[in-house]
Design a binder for this molecule. Structure first.
Ligand code: BLA
Length: 521
């Protein structure tokens, strides 16, 4: 691969992200698709193999009306779904019993592609056990009993295993560059390969694939070894665009991803998006060693578990943030204590700074204010801090905040080059019109060992649908990278608390100035 240049790689990566996975022109072959005109009067497309469901050839189906063609239970089901879709729901599902088809029990999902009405029919081969609802309730209770984020995620993987039958269940968290790391895992047998603690590059889940999760949180790939079934268009009807299958469950799988799953030894896969606010935070990813269909109720149960886990995580994060703010509050009280004598800002920092070292998990805290530069914790050359503050005044006065966990990747690289610091959180003292006062929190390097599942330098390129794309990795064997030059990341609460403290220091500074003026008068 070493003749693959960076430019070629970038182009191949870009081509991966351009594959229109939402309009594949195929479905997964265990189910059937029928598409109807907006007024539900004509059949505009069917999937290859639909004759098994309707006992009629595609040519005859195209010449029929839905009312003549569909068994009454299906016809009524679609009519009812249409009412729901008109009210804005993205898709509507219903159970259906078909006397003429084999198997007789089906699960149907209706949705729109522009104004075209799409009906997906999945044969139901196996029903979940009779005590399934009791099992769901039990697993939801177990999730609700967890007390930390990590415990919640681990319980989620175990509960999904119980309710679904997948053999390996992972929670996969994205970083800021959309690489991901497996942070929780459950395997149903010891000899199933473990990916826990392993990282995967962003290119494994290209951007358009991540974007689909915003519209449909679940992706179910029933048989990664099966060839997709083509969607056949009615030749007598003009077609302006390909059918958009985003809101359904049968969307044909990208051949590139099928190869990826084959290389991983996975024969069925299901993933559910996990969001933090509206941003994709991670995925629950389930792997099966043999092709098999989960019952639609099982899909819903997995979605419900993910939703409850998400709520728990939100609560646990809120509790942690509250504890952090409560600790900050102690310090704020001390800074603004009216019983105490009024102190200059640098004296305030000297008095409280030690507490902040622990609270913010930093090696140093510094204040550059007027001509004063004060450092608490590990020392830092004052000229470095003054240069940093001058740059901050110049570039970040508008927001009054700057943070990085990798100083070497910022314009401050040269300023901090001779120091051991890698992370900086800086907040301006408010009420200081010229914003020349800055409170700085400094962190040192934390060596990070990243275990990649597969060697990034073994990337190859292949020709696919007329363009060059990255090839899915052939090996997922562990490859270790040591990441240098980075500190721990700054959390949202730390930034907010730093702003509060800078505010208090600024109030202290004003009081001190007034006192000084009064003394002079
Ligand atoms: C889709 N890739 C996916 C999906 C996942 C991953 C979860 C969603 C579908 C699914 O649930 O299987 C990747 N799965 C992972 C990772 C883990 C996991 C990282 O379990 C970690 C444990 N893939 C490549 C390359 C390309 C690519 C090089 O490796 C592009 C050139 C593309 N991945 C790709 C495409 C899809 C995909 C196109 C969408 C498949 C589809 O929905 O049709």
């Amino acid at each position: 691969m070493n003749d693959v240049t960076a430019a070629k790689l970038a182009e191949a990566l870009n081509n991966c992200a351009n594959e229109p996975v939402h309009i594949p022109g195929t479905i997964q072959p265990h189910g059937y698709l029928l598409a109807f005109s907006a007024d539900f009067s004509a059949v505009v497309a069917v999937s290859d193999g639909v004759q098994k469901l309707l006992n009629a050839e595609p040519a005859d189906i195209f010449n029929s009306t839905p009312a003549d063609l569909l068994p009454s239970s299906l016809f009524e089901g679609v009519n009812n779904a249409l009412k729901r879709l008109k009210h804005g729901v993205p898709n509507w599902s219903f159970d259906c019993h078909l006397a003429e088809a084999e198997p007789k029990n089906c699960f149907c999902t209706c949705y729109l592609s522009d104004s075209i009405v799409i009906l997906e029919v999945e044969p139901v081969v196996r029903r979940p056990p009779d005590d399934y609802i009791a099992e769901i309730t039990d697993q939801l209770d177990r999730l609700r009993e967890t007390t930390t984020v990590q415990e919640t995620l681990e319980q989620l993987t175990k509960s999904v295993a119980v309710l679904s039958g997948y053999e390996r269940i992972l929670v996969y968290r994205f970083d800021n560059n959309w690489n991901g790391e497996v942070i929780a895992e459950h395997r149903t047998a010891e000899d199933i390969h473990s990916y826990l603690g392993h990282s995967f590059p962003a290119s494994d889940i290209p951007s358009q694939v991540r974007a689909l999760y915003q519209k449909n949180v679940l992706r179910d790939i029933v048989d990664a070894t099966a060839s997709p079934a083509k969607i056949l268009l009615n030749p007598d009807i003009e077609h302006s665009a390909k059918l958009n299958l985003t809101a359904g469950v049968l969307r044909g799988v990208s051949p590139i991803h099928l190869k990826y799953l084959a290389n991983m030894g996975v024969k069925r896969a299901l993933s559910v998006a996990m969001f933090e606010d509206t941003k994709l935070w991670g995925l629950l990813s389930c792997h099966g060693l043999e092709p098999s269909q989960v019952h639609p109720y099982q899909r819903h149960a997995i979605k419900a578990l993910v939703a409850v886990a998400k709520e728990r995580m939100l609560l646990q994060r809120q509790y942690a943030a509250e504890r952090f703010y409560a600790a900050t509050e102690e310090s704020r009280k001390a800074l603004l204590d009216p019983q105490k004598e009024i102190m200059a800002p640098d004296e305030l920092l000297s008095a409280e700074g030690d507490r902040w070292l622990k609270l913010f998990n930093v090696e140093s805290v510094a204040l550059v204010h007027g001509r004063q530069t004060t450092v608490v914790g590990e020392d830092c050359d004052k000229s470095v801090l003054v240069d940093a503050a001058n740059w901050l005044v110049d570039k970040h006065s508008a927001t009054g905040l700057f943070s990085t966990s990798e100083l070497a990747a910022t314009k401050l690289e040269a300023v901090f080059a001779e120091t051991d610091f890698c992370g900086l959180l800086a907040v301006a003292l408010p009420y200081d019109r010229s914003k020349t006062g800055w409170l700085l929190f400094l962190r040192k390097e934390v060596l990070e060992v990243r275990n990649w599942a597969g060697h990034p330098e073994k990337t190859t390129i292949e020709h696919y649908k007329g363009v060059d794309v990255l090839s899915p990795r052939k090996s997922f064997a562990s490859w270790q990278e040591i990441v240098r030059g980075k500190s721990r990341e700054w959390q949202r609460e730390e930034k907010q608390a730093a702003r509060f403290l800078a505010e208090d220091l600024a109030i202290g500074a004003s009081a001190y100035q007034i006192e000084q003026l009064n003394e002079k008068l």
